[in-house]
Every structure is written in structure tokens, then in C-alpha cells.
Ligand binder design. Structure first.
Ligand code: SIN
Length: 329
């Protein structure tokens, strides 16, 4: 009897100690991403860490893992649902296993500029899309910009005919696959971490990306031409898991939301600056020629790629496509 009682008392004492010590431990947020630190997303993540640790340092610790150090494109969302990472900001093109709706953002020539993107994302339809991943256990915390995509290649791309038969790396998106098929090119879905080597070894001929990714990952050093096509959008959704987010104390969650909103504004400013400054650095390097399209040449790309919209109208929803397109006015 005495022995049983001692064991029970010991167990109780142990569990109290565990609870107390875990209550004192800070919450750890592992933030995993695939780009360099000197990019809009890298700078946003670092700003988030700085703000959170200044304001909540004793309660929350943020660990940033850039450059696919912890998880690459294909694994990060699975890892999030398993609780191995708490935050990430994959490009909107990488959510196809979680929702079909975000494919909207991949439609070629949908948005004329980043102001149109902002107008749409801030509209009720755009905000609703942040919730499209909830059914799969994810919480969309906000959009973050990178910018418009350009086409880099080993040969000069002026007209869609120049892309015929060329291999292009794409993100894991069916819309992007159809976009390149529309110009008789060969799209290959590959993780971001492999792009430089694929280009360098000439295993592929080209890829599409923003000025900041082309610059920070040195694609311009192994691609002699970059066509300034502004044909598509590279934007991100900052996400967490429903399980992690809902278990946070409400006041901590509120502080994290505030810090994230400020970090996203900072990231968006960096995106706007880098779309100009990284383009200029590439020009100055003379490693890659920037090919400017005439209005007539650009119109050929639009004509070749725009039929892709129709193919995805059912999956995405015509109303949504119309609403996004209307944000150009
Ligand atoms: C990123 O900006 O997160 C990567 C984009 C890509 O995979 O091309």
C-alpha cells in the first residue's frame, strides 16, 4: 500500500515538473523556405523573426531555414501537417495537391501589373482564396509578393515559335504545364533547388522566374537570354497548420498575426525594389542579354498562351477568373 502511494506521489510530482518546465519553454516556429535570404521572401521571414523576438522573445522563438535547407518544395506542406515545420510561404503554384482554386494565379497574362494583383487579393474573392486550403488542415495567413515572371533561355525567345521543342523547368502546376505546351515546348516539373544545375548542365533549356530569383540563384550566369515577358505572376501564401495555429494562446496568435502583417508589408516593399534593382544588376553583369519584346511580339505570346484559361475554367471557376481579370481596370 505504502509502495503504491509513493509511486503515485512520484508520478504526480513528475508530471507537475514536466508541465511547469514545458510552460516555461518558448514556442518554437520553424519557418522553412527555398529561396535565398536576399529576396522578398527571405527578407520577409527575417523581419518576422526580428519582430516576434523583439516583442515575444521569452514566449516565441523563430528559426528560419532558407535555401531548401530543411525542406524543399515538394515536402514542406506535408512536413507542416506532420508538425515538423510550423510556417512556410510556398509559391501559389505549389498548392495543387491542396486546392485547385489557387491555379487561378498561374493563368498566363491574367494580371497586367502588381497593382492589379493587389486589387484582386484585397477584394472579397481574393481574400476568400486564402481559405481554400483550410479543408486540408492548412491556414492561409496572407499573400506575399515576389513579382512578374520572365523567360530565361539558352536561345533568344522573341516569338512563341522560338520556344518550340525547348525544355523548360516549371513549378508543380498543371496550368504552367499547359502554358508551355501551348507554345509546343516541353515543360518539366522540378524543385527550385535543382534549377541552377539543370540549366548549367544544359539538361534543360530554360525556365520562368522573377528578377530576384534569377539574380539571387545566379540563373543569369548560365542563361544567355532573358525575355522580359511579364507573362505570369510569382506570389506566395504564408501558411501554417490548423493544428498548430489553433493551439496557440489567443494573445500570442494575435501578436504573431500583427508581426506577420508588418513583415509582409516589408517583404512587398523589398519585392517592388528588387524587381527593378536585380534586373539592373543582371543588365550590368553583361552575362545575360535582356530581350525586350515589341507590342506585336508580346501579342503573339498572349495569343498562343491565353487559350490555357479555357482549359481550367471549370476547375477554377469562370466567375473567379473574370473577377481577377477585372482587377486590371
Ligand atoms: C520561390 O520563389 O519560392 C521559388 C519559385 C520557383 O520554384 O521557381
Amino acid at each position: 500500500m505504502f509502495k503504491h502511494l509513493t509511486t503515485a506521489v512520484l508520478c504526480f510530482a513528475l508530471s507537475v515538473t514536466t508541465t511547469i518546465s514545458s510552460a516555461a519553454d518558448p514556442i518554437v516556429i520553424k519557418f522553412s523556405h527555398v529561396v535565398a535570404e536576399n529576396t522578398p521572401k527571405g527578407q520577409m521571414a527575417n523581419k518576422f523573426k526580428e519582430l516576434v523576438e523583439t516583442r515575444l522573445g521569452d514566449r516565441v522563438k523563430v528559426e528560419i531555414y532558407p535555401n531548401s535547407q530543411l525542406f524543399g518544395d515538394n515536402k514542406v506542406l506535408e512536413a507542416m501537417l506532420l508538425g515538423d515545420v510550423q510556417m512556410a510561404a510556398p509559391s501559389l503554384s505549389k498548392f495543387s495537391r491542396y486546392t485547385k482554386k489557387l491555379a487561378l494565379y498561374d493563368l498566363p497574362f491574367l494580371f497586367e501589373d502588381m497593382e492589379a494583383v493587389d486589387r484582386f487579393q484585397q477584394s472579397p474573392a481574393g481574400e476568400k482564396l486564402l481559405k481554400s486550403v483550410e479543408r486540408k488542415g492548412l491556414v492561409g495567413l496572407g499573400y506575399l509578393h515576389n513579382g512578374m515572371k520572365q523567360l530565361s533561355a539558352s536561345n533568344k525567345l522573341r516569338s512563341p515559335n522560338d520556344a518550340r521543342g525547348q525544355k523548360f523547368r516549371i513549378m508543380s502546376s498543371d496550368v504552367l504545364e499547359e502554358q508551355f505546351k501551348a507554345v509546343s515546348a516541353m515543360p518539366l516539373k522540378k524543385p527550385f533547388s535543382e534549377v541552377f544545375t539543370l540549366l548549367q548542365t544544359r539538361a534543360i533549356d530554360g525556365q520562368e522566374n522573377t528578377w530576384s530569383n534569377i539574380y539571387s540563384k545566379k540563373f543569369f550566369e548560365v542563361q544567355p537570354y532573358i525575355t522580359e515577358s511579364n507573362h505570369g505572376l510569382l506570389d506566395y501564401m504564408v501558411v501554417t497548420s490548423k493544428e498548430f495555429w489553433s493551439e496557440l494562446p489567443a494573445d500570442t496568435r494575435g501578436e504573431l498575426e500583427q508581426a506577420l502583417s508588418e513583415a509582409i508589408s516589408h517583404g512587398n516593399e523589398v519585392a517592388a525594389q528588387k524587381s527593378v534593382s536585380d534586373r539592373q544588376k543582371i543588365t550590368d553583369s553583361r552575362r545575360s542579354e535582356i530581350v525586350a519584346l515589341t507590342a506585336a511580339e508580346r501579342a503573339q505570346w498572349v495569343e498562343a498562351m491565353k487559350p490555357v484559361w479555357k482549359k481550367f475554367e471549370k476547375k477554377i471557376g469562370k466567375d473567379l477568373i473574370d473577377a481577377a481579370y477585372a482587377s486590371n481596370q
